[in-house]
Design a protein. Structure first.
Ligand code: T46
Length: 148
């Protein structure tokens, strides 16, 4: 994905989103999951996590122009509702710490239905930049559908 042109990124659809398996080592003492450089298709520049999210709250409600993310439900569960701006919508329920969601650029996302104690770990491909966000749904649809 690195070096991909702007026009390619705006063509991304919900079909480009993937649930990816995080390699795990199962043990009677408990399980251990490992993310190595080869596990994800981008270099990690930032790590953050959402926690103590009230069950009636939602996060996200925006898209990114360039950022790629790998969302891991470290604990509990939540839904990720995604839209591609071309009328397609797909919801992923994340509830297993070894099943992560890879979000490519140019996808609207809303995170809802957080269970009690849910923790969402995000591995991100760039540093924080507010310029990378599209926080208005109609602007996002325009961005995706404008002629390149
Ligand atoms: C996403 C979902 C899953 C920073 O200062 N640095 C950061 O690295 C981040 C992620 C946020 N912020 C500031 C920006 C806002 O003032 O923290 C505040 C809350 O951020 P935001 O409203 O974007 O939070 P979420 O939970 O709606 O979205 C975040 C990520 O921004 C976003 O990339 O996909 O988590």
């Amino acid at each position: 994905m690195t070096g991909m042109s702007h026009s390619n990124m705006t063509r991304n659809t919900v079909a480009d989103l993937r649930i990816m398996e995080v390699p795990q080592i199962k043990d009677t003492r408990g399980n251990l999951a490992v993310v190595e450089a080869e596990t994800i298709p981008f270099e990690i520049k930032r790590v953050y996590y959402l926690y103590d999210v009230p069950s009636d709250s939602f996060r996200g409600g925006h898209a990114h122009k360039k950022l790629q993310q790998f969302l891991i439900p470290l604990s509990g569960s939540f839904d990720v509702v995604t839209k591609d701006g071309f009328g397609n919508e797909k919801t992923f329920m994340l509830n297993k710490p070894n099943k992560a969601l890879l979000i490519v650029p140019g996808i609207w996302r809303e995170l809802t239905n957080f269970s009690s104690g849910a923790v969402c770990l995000v591995l991100a491909s760039t540093k924080y930049s507010e310029e990378d966000y599209i926080r208005d749904l109609n602007s996002f649809i325009d961005y995706k559908n404008k002629k390149q």
